[in-house]
Design a protein around this ligand. Structure first.
Ligand code: SAH
Length: 318
């Protein structure tokens, strides 16, 4: 397990990644994928191995963070996963007191994750409870297991991606959601681009595609699914979905070892893709294709996501 430290001035932060569970035979099955982060001030973000820490600093920081991470608030300690490694708090709120979708969105606004009116409106319209499997606290700021070694991303991560893609989700635009999972973001995208737009979700687990369609049918995006401006398909998202390309916005909900060329090719000039890249250490990359076709890539933040891989590898928990 890697542990990162922060200066005494900075706050402790736990990396929640949208991650696979450890294999059941693993002795570290509860914590294998947990990365504890203690964050340096923004200007000097750095990571250290726990071996380089003084024992007392390591213990005090790690104990606080472990305690928080394993507190009774946490819905499922097997899923110490999440998304952003570099948000200023380990999560934006605990489960208690947040029992309404609107309150969840207000919290995201309070913490500055949701900044635009449009993103707030869409997140208010698409009730997250319809997408989170029964038995989980839907408005809790954490990823939740959805079966098949996958998770629904944490609300702050969904909000971050919506904010990053907002300009490329204008009415009438085309969007692709790779690794659409529960269909939550796919539904949000569809509401943003509206009936004149086109949103395609691609997910390689057929059962998740079926359940995501059922989720969307109960949501505010149901009419768009019915009218055909929103569709979810079974497929290998690494190949994109050429039929409706080029896309103004591409979101990838699983971490790729490198940015798939097919997705770059299917990005429209002027388009933007948000994609987590990496394996153990992952960065959320923002890929932009300019009008002359040149491509730029920048890092938004550090994250933790399920791998973008083959169906077999995912189901094997490889
Ligand atoms: N945005 C989704 C994230 C789901 S987790 C949500 O919040 O609900 C990532 C998803 O990517 C999983 O559902 C997983 O099955 C899917 N996935 C992984 N590799 C894939 C691939 N090669 N093609 C399509 N989907 C993939």
């Amino acid at each position: 397990m890697n542990v990162f430290v922060q200066s005494p001035k900075a706050k402790a932060s736990l990396a929640y990644g949208c991650r696979y569970r450890a294999h059941p035979s693993s002795p570290l099955k509860r914590l294998t994928f947990t990365t504890l982060l203690l964050l340096l001030p923004q200007s000097q973000n750095r990571c250290y191995s726990y071996r380089s820490l003084s024992p007392s600093l390591f213990l005090s920081r790690a104990t606080i963070t472990l305690h928080r991470s394993l507190s009774p608030h946490f819905p499922n300690p097997n899923f110490l996963t999440g998304n952003s490694c570099f948000f200023p708090m380990e999560r934006f709120w605990s489960g208690s007191g947040i029992n309404k979708n609107k309150a969840m969105v207000e919290n995201l606004q309070t913490y500055g994750v949701v900044r635009s009116k449009k993103v707030a409106e869409v997140m208010e319209k698409v009730d997250r409870a319809l997408f989170v499997p029964d038995g989980n606290a839907p408005y809790y700021d954490s990823p939740m297991p959805i079966g098949y070694n996958a998770t629904i991303s944490a609300p702050h991560m969904h909000a971050t991606c919506l904010q990053l893609l907002e300009e490329n989700l204008q009415p009438g635009m085309h969007a692709l959601d790779v690794g659409s999972g529960t269909g939550y973001l796919t539904a949000c995208f569809a509401l943003m681009v509206g009936p004149q737009g086109c949103v395609v979700g691609v997910e390689h687990i057929p059962e998740l595609v079926s359940s995501s369609i059922q989720n969307i049918q109960k949501s505010a995006a149901a009419p768009l699914l019915k009218e055909g401006s929103l569709a979810v398909h079974v497929g290998d998202g690494r190949q994109g979905w050429p039929e409706h390309a080029p896309y103004d916005a591409i979101h990838v909900g699983a971490a790729a070892p490198e940015i798939p060329q097919a997705l770059i090719d299917q990005l429209k000039p002027g388009g933007r893709m948000v994609i987590p890249v990496g394996s153990i250490f992952q960065d959320l990359k923002v890929v932009e294709k300019s009008l002359d076709g040149s491509v730029s890539v920048r890092t938004e933040t550090s994250v933790r996501y399920v791998p973008l891989t083959s169906r077999d590898a995912q189901l094997r928990n490889a």
